[in-house]
Design a protein around this ligand. Sequence first.
Ligand SMILES: [Zn+2]
Ligand SMILES: [Zn+2]
Length: 267
Amino acid sequence: MNVTILGTGSGGNATVVECDGDRVLVDAGFPARTLAQRLRATGIAPESISALILTHAHGDHASGARVAARRFGWTVYATHGTIEAMPDLAVVKPVPITSRETLMLDTMLVSSIRIPHDCTEPVAISIESRSTGVRCGIAYDLGYAAVTVERAFAHVDALVLESNHDEDMLRHGPYPHSVQQRIRGGRGHLSNRGAARLARGIAHRGLRHLVLAHLSLQNNTEAAAHDTVAGSLRKSAFRGTVTIAGQDRATTFTVERARRAEQMDLF
Ligand SMILES: [Zn+2]
Ligand SMILES: [Zn+2]
């Protein structure tokens, strides 16, 4: 399984997951033209993507969905809440998904997990390769380190996780009090410490890639996010790498099956 994060943050989010030649895009939070440019810059033809899976209706995750899906022929999957919040999507006939059912694509199984965030029916996404069984979890825009997410991602081989802000930087930063309250609220965004708590709950020897995403440009630094999360994993079973995905650069990694001996450690 190859994962390519085309960019992540409040300026837009989009991630390609590829298994056995089949490609899906999770979120389309850039204008269609920008999405196409970013895809081509990583060697991916937009037309080679078969499906778009949306996590929620906020613009930084879905603003390019309608135009890009129409232009490139992507099938759009989203929760009922996301579809209702985006009436414009009707022209591409979005297919509803629920957290009770696994979506079975040709080479991948896609599950959605309800998450706390200030939008209608937002979800995190888990994608499993049908040929190798490797799994990648993607969780953006989380109000808090929900135990439901921890359980759903307990055995993932790779995890893309929001690490939005440093709590002190947010407190002393440029945002007005009301915006700060929204970000740190239970339906807002996950702090570095929140990401560390969730990562610690999920960490196991088979987890190879932990990629921190959706960092705030005003209220966080890559070093603060990395040090908080990696530091909290130091005494855990985690043996993988912690990397940071940025707003204006692509981050690519390959997820392979952990060796059997390490898999056994999961249980
Ligand atoms: Zn959001
Ligand atoms: Zn977002």
